[in-house]
Design a protein around this ligand. Sequence first.
Ligand SMILES: [Zn+2]
Length: 373
Amino acid sequence: MRFNKLSAKQLFDGYRIRENSVLILKDDGAVENIVSLEEAGDDVQEVEGVLTPGFVNCHCHLELSHLKGAIPEQTGLTGFLLQIMQKRVFPEETILQAIVDAEQEMQESGIVAVGDICNTTHTLTQKQKNNLYYHNFVEAMGAQPAAADRNFGIYKSVYRIFSDHFSMDRVSLTPHAPYSMSDALWEKLMSFPQNGILSIHNQETEAENLWFEQKTGAFEQFFKALGMEMDFFKPSGKTSLQTYLHHFRPGHRVILVHNVYTSPSDIAFVHQAGTDVFWCLCPHANFYISRMLPPVELLMQNNCNIVLGTDSLASNHQLSIAAEIKLLQQYFPAIPLENMLQWATLNGARALKIDHQYGSFEKGKKPGIAVFK
Ligand SMILES: [Zn+2]
């Protein structure tokens, strides 16, 4: 048996940073051991930067990769959503080529696993090459209760196509965002039997809370712009998260994505409800759309399980978890790199329930490797 030995000044094992250590991998990429430089013997290859397990990108929309640079920055969320709807249609070959290129970019930046949102089946062919691990979150949306049956049928057919090609634990039928879901659609989705891991865009903008609290703000104009009659909608007087969280059921793992306008009382509400939640941060996307960042320290102080995502190239200049960490380091310099690397690796793997294989350098796992510089 031949071994590959990799050393770096700093080696992050999924839990902590070790100095002067050597990672020993089998030829098939399985972790054999981590030893000291003295014990490692010959043929140690030195790596420049922090050696870490492969990164887990918990939130991406690979199928939107062709929209790179198409939408200007700082439109605010509702402006961004309207532009996505107008601009996402392109010739199929353009869409497919952008998917190939974006996946390659993720691979080169050390990403090994992706929680990917799907509205279409455009990514299916590329994903079947198994270059990266994917969890496919087939997204359902529809704010009009009268259309719930029709909408559910459409998204279920996309789900069926993905589940013909991927095992059941890698496909979910998931809600898009609180403002785009009617109670009737929630009910259908939550009683869908195969769902284990779910994802939802949460509190990405202040307007989302305003809509649920008072039925005012940018979402009022948004629905008007779409010609949607929202008379049936009654504000709850509570924040978005505190309004919809009850829909999830025991056994659901929920990845809340963005959390830019999440308050201490929202976090307390989630903890009290006992929902199995991971908090996914996509700082570059928030910065792109609204020059805002999530309350990272607040989430840490409240022992929230934090994970990282890139969101799509429609609201990001690159698909790189390392770049997300660098932006966080710039604005939250007091947070240790060790914490951020754990969000990017082991926590992400736990969120997607793939930590038996990914996320840390532990004997027998095949987590892939990444280098953070
Ligand atoms: Zn997203």
